[in-house]
Design a protein around this ligand. Structure first.
Ligand code: SF4
Length: 223
């Protein structure tokens, strides 16, 4: 068993408290609006890798005005995509991988494959984006496990054993269990990401404002 029974037990109740907290404290990023389509969400998840959400938010409107669909990205010149992504950094690489994915989706008439094996074969899709495709497109409760989410989980439970988040089987399995407990797995993902971005921050976490301090190992050890 990768995740012990007691760890599983400790995941109970976290989801409800985080989802309630998110209703009041969640950050209103544009890709979270009701008007955001799956196209907007997946493009943003690709752009959010190694980039602050606030930075992606700042280019959101202009980018999607110029590129309102996968087809527009597929048919654009790479230079035009690069220009739009310049404020994010790594724009050449991002433009190339976004366009490679857009070209595959153009052939598939905008449809993502259903199986994880096929999703993993798509360009620009690593573990994090693969999970986001399963979550947003197919409604499967998978974690958007990045550095923020891993910090929250590790502080609540204990540090992971492996340096690479993507390869730590305990952290991966535990994150899946937590997300599967959500009434709304998308909002639960966002709530953990927001907690990691605003309360359970890397230096000096604001534990007194944290909705899951009861039960958190780090908080308990502060006494
Ligand atoms: S109580 Fe503190 S350390 Fe624990 S999850 Fe909340 S903010 Fe992070």
């Amino acid at each position: 068993m990768i995740v012990s029974r007691s760890d599983k037990q400790r995941t109970k109740g976290i989801a409800r408290r985080l989802e309630t907290w998110f209703e009041l404290e969640g950050r209103p990023f544009p890709w979270r609006r009701k008007s955001a389509t799956n196209y907007h969400k997946i493009v943003c998840e690709i752009l959010l890798q190694r980039t602050r959400a606030e930075t992606v938010s700042s280019v959101y409107q202009d980018f999607f005005r110029i590129f309102p669909s996968w087809n527009k990205i597929a048919n654009a010149s790479t230079e035009k995509i690069e220009k739009s992504l310049k404020p994010l950094g790594l724009w050449k690489r991002r433009a190339r991988s976004l366009q490679a994915l857009a070209k595959v989706l153009q052939k598939n008439r905008g449809r993502f494959p259903a199986s994880r094996e096929e999703i993993d074969r798509l360009p620009a899709v690593g573990q994090y984006v693969g999970n986001s495709v399963e979550l947003f497109i197919h409604g499967r409760p998978l974690p958007l496990l990045d550095i923020n989410m891993s910090r929250v989980i590790e502080r609540y439970f204990r540090p992971r054993k492996l340096a690479d988040i993507r390869r730590d089987p305990w952290l991966q399995a535990l994150a899946k269990i937590i997300i599967a407990r959500g009434v709304d797995p998308v909002k639960l993902n966002w709530s953990i990401l927001d907690l990691g971005g605003t309360v359970c921050i890397s230096r000096n976490p604001r534990c007194n404002a944290c909705p899951i301090r009861k039960g958190c190992s780090t908080f308990k050890n502060l006494d």
